[in-house]
Ligand binder design. Sequence first.
Ligand code: FES
Length: 56
Amino acid sequence: MYVCICHGITDSQIRQGVQQGMQHVRDLYQQMSLGSQCGKCVCTAKQVLSHCQSEA
Ligand code: FES
């Protein structure tokens, strides 16, 4: 599923990011530019991020 439409970032890409050590939406922003356009994805990205972290 797409989390960030503006940059075409999916939940599996976020999962990979978590596996590579990304811990905050800020990391996704810096590495993938997630949230840097409309910003609507930030809330969902936080949820996906904490879901992936709880799985790890
Ligand atoms: Fe992520 Fe617009 S959907 S910046």
